[in-house]
Write a protein that binds this ligand. Structure first.
Ligand code: LLP
Length: 400
């Protein structure tokens, strides 16, 4: 691999240093357009900014006229800062604080996805105090198997997310009590992430339709059915999912309800269009292992350490020989879990070589940390073969 998004990787490292994230903005926008085409205007797309909230990515998605799904007021602020309007913002998340909810209700954001009866009471109280009406949706937990890594499964009843139908009588009571200040708009789901088989989502939709209808027949407005995110990407380089088929299945299931359909995709819009590049500091060959030790690792890309995730890796530049050697590609962090790729056959590597880690556009930088007091990598955005980087790290205003 020499270039990414039409630009030489080594020239970017020369200019910006190592390690760096590089994003192909035009392809990210292309992914939004493909999803819009698949849904044919029948579904309102809200980008889950937790996947990657770089301001230039958010700005480009704003131009595509999609909304956002946020899980903290920090994420909502990042979206507001680039020009998203409160009416474009869904506020999800299991632990929304009073401070966060006050902001959301004051700004009259599009929809607060409620995760517990206590949260609904808190919203009712705050809305009453502010003399506002909050738009809410109930996040249901349909107890389905989404077939993904246990750490990113959210739709089992053992998971902390959403509410099963046993909560409904209590929720109805709270709605009645705060009738002037709570407007129940719909239901919402998110059963898991990196789903390579979407039967879990379809199952969840089918199980939640009776809840939607029941609430509708009780006189609530019930305008929206939010199917969450979760569509996976092929980290192994295989064929991506058939989005048209998925869109048709979802729309066919939900059309009879006569409601608006919302979705919250994250990974699929950005994941494949980013790489993390690091430089090999040392090659250490023992009788047992060949280690290629990088200047980047689990602090910058946590997915392999946290979910045993597989990311393809390539040597940057010209490969002269077909010979391959077995390496463990590891990072600088003082933990044995700091392995980005175990037992990988790669061309012969040397100190100073660059390694590109693929599919790092989602949940890469957004999950990065300062662990061991290493600096965060710079993020380079490429559009029309031109590279841009921000002068300062992007942080929500309220943090400062
Ligand atoms: N909506 C809600 C309520 C969510 O919790 C999530 C992701 C999404 C939408 C977007 O899901 P996506 O389309 O990106 O699958 N760090 C993990 C993924 C965690 C996802 C958490 N929730 C990873 O690196 O695989």
């Amino acid at each position: 691999m020499k270039d990414f998004a039409g630009v030489s990787i080594s020239s970017l490292v020369k200019k910006y240093g190592s390690p760096i994230y590089i994003y192909d903005l035009d392809s990210m926008v292309g992914a939004v357009q493909s999803l819009k085409t698949a849904f044919e205007g029948q579904v309102e797309i809200h980008y889950a900014t937790k996947a990657n909230s770089h301001p230039l990515i958010l700005k480009a998605f704003l131009k595509e006229k999609i909304g956002v799904d946020t899980v903290s007021w920090g994420e909502a602020e990042e979206a507001l800062n680039v020009g998203f309007k409160p009416k474009d913002i869904i506020f999800s998340g299991v632990a929304k604080t009073s401070v966060e909810l006050t902001q959301a209700i004051r700004k009259q954001i599009k929809q607060i996805n409620v995760e517990s009866p206590q949260e609904l009471i808190r919203i009712g109280e705050i809305a009453k105090k502010l003399k506002k009406k909050a738009q809410v949706a109930f996040r249901m937990n349909p107890n389905v198997n989404p077939n993904t890594h246990p750490y990113i499964t959210t739709g089992f009843r053992e998971n902390k997310f959403g509410m099963d139908t046993t909560f409904l009588p209590e929720l109805r009571g709270i709605l009645r009590k705060y009738a002037k200040h709570l407007d129940l708009k719909g239901v919402t789901l998110h059963v898991g992430s990196q789903l390579r088989d979407l039967s879990g989502i379809l199952d969840a939709i089918q199980k939640t339709i009776p809840v939607f209808l029941d609430l509708k027949h009780s006189g609530f407005h019930m305008e929206t059915f939010d199917i969450g995110g979760g569509i996976g990407i092929p980290y192994d380089g295989s064929e991506p999912m058939d989005l048209k088929l998925y869109a048709t299945q979802v729309v066919d299931l939900l059309k009879p309800l006569g409601c608006r359909i919302l979705t919250e995709p994250g990974r699929i819009l950005v994941g494949p269009y980013g790489i993390l590049v690091g430089e090999i500091q040392y090659i250490k060959a023992s009788p047992y292992k060949n280690f290629a030790i990088l200047d980047t690792g689990m602090h910058h890309l946590m997915r392999p350490a946290l979910y045993q995730a597989f990311h393809r890796m390539e040597k940057v530049g010209v490969v002269v020989s077909d010979d391959k050697v077995l390496y463990d590609i590891v990072g600088p962090i003082c933990e044995s879990s700091d392995v980005i790729g175990r037992d990988r056959y790669l061309p012969i590597l040397e100190q100073g070589d660059l390694i590109a880690i693929r599919d790092a556009g989602a949940y890469g930088f957004s999950m990065a940390s300062f662990y061991n007091a290493h600096a965060l990598p710079k993020e380079i955005i490429i559009s029309s073969k031109k590279a841009t980087t921000l002068k300062k790290p992007h942080l929500p205003d309220s943090w400062l």
